[in-house]
Design a protein around this ligand. Structure first.
Ligand SMILES: NC(=O)c1ccc[n+]([C@@H]2O[C@H](COP(=O)([O-])OP(=O)(O)OC[C@H]3O[C@@H](n4cnc5c(N)ncnc54)[C@H](O)[C@@H]3O)[C@@H](O)[C@H]2O)c1
Length: 258
């Protein structure tokens, strides 16, 4: 997919990986609709932030779990820029809790909330965006209409103690990738998930040194956490490379969590 002049929906665009994707796509000449439960991130100028928009960026505040508000943001984006050609799902939450701990038995509500935001929220954003992408014109040479990019996690494959809810939500995103790619093939839509290792975003910066230290230690090479720009570069590659489809791509410096 050629990125310039196409319209891409980015969920979680106010922070971290989503913000890096929105910035990169704007630089590459796309129109970007950011969707986040938070106001626009500090990466917009104060003036643009107050308006919730810049030249080719519009920010829609919505909870990914809410059907009507996601539909509204997608509809407003289409009014502004025309049909979408891509969606990058980055909205998500981290949660750690043992099933049985000194504090008692884990709450089902916390588990449900993680599944709700990370899995059902991702599907909710994808379905409204995909409906719009499917209305677009197929592009030469393959008849491609657009691309869906979802964010899984290496926790989908090597989840740690206390990560049952998070690993289940990200494992389910990984598992949705192939059936979704198969379903959307006749519409000319590719589907790829990225499973990041540890990236320096507000989500991971909030983690304690006790969590961060061993993760850094276990990272093979390069011995550092990922830069959100490196995630955005991977998203660019997925959007541009027509042979990437139906896969979950690890982006982790060979980190295998213990
Ligand atoms: N940072 C990492 O190391 C890492 C590793 C693996 C996977 N991930 C995944 O990458 C994605 C982005 O994470 P990040 O590190 O940029 O985190 P982040 O906290 O910096 O950004 C997440 C964004 O999602 C938004 N969001 C959360 N819940 C939402 C909801 N219900 N509705 C709308 N917006 C919501 C937040 O407001 C925030 O702007 C998440 O899905 C996360 O699980 C991150």
């Amino acid at each position: 997919m050629q990125i310039a002049n196409r319209t891409v929906l980015v969920s979680g665009a106010s922070s971290g990986l989503g913000a890096a994707c929105a910035r990169r796509l704007l630089k590459l000449g796309a129109n970007v609709v950011g969707l986040d439960r938070s106001p626009p991130g500090a990466w917009l100028s104060p003036n643009e932030s107050a308006q919730g928009s810049s030249d080719r960026y519009w920010h829609g505040q919505a909870n990914v779990t809410d059907e009507a508000s996601v539909q509204r943001v997608v509809a407003r984006g289409i009014e502004r820029y025309g049909e979408f050609s891509g969606v990058v799902c980055c909205a998500g939450i981290l949660h750690g809790e043992r099933i049985l701990s000194r504090d008692g038995i884990a709450s089902l509500n916390a588990f449900r909330n993680v599944i709700d935001v990370n899995l059902i929220g991702t599907l909710n954003v994808v379905r409204w965006a995909a409906e719009s992408i499917a209305r677009g014109e197929p592009q030469a040479p393959d008849g491609e209409r657009g691309v869906v990019v979802m964010t899984s996690s290496i926790a989908a494959f090597d989840g740690q103690i206390g990560q049952c809810a998070y690993a289940a939500s990200k494992g389910a995103v990984a598992s949705m990738t192939l059936p979704m790619a198969r379903e959307f093939a006749k519409l000319g839509i590719r589907v790829v998930s990225i499973a990041p290792g540890v990236f320096e975003t507000p989500m991971m910066q909030a983690a304690s040194q006790k969590v961060r230290g061993p993760l850094l230690e276990t990272t093979v090479f390069p011995k550092r956490f990922g830069d959100p720009e490196e995630f955005a570069a991977m998203v660019q590659c997925v959007l541009e490379n027509a042979m990437l489809n139906g896969s979950v791509l690890r982006l982790d410096g060979a980190l295998r969590m213990e």
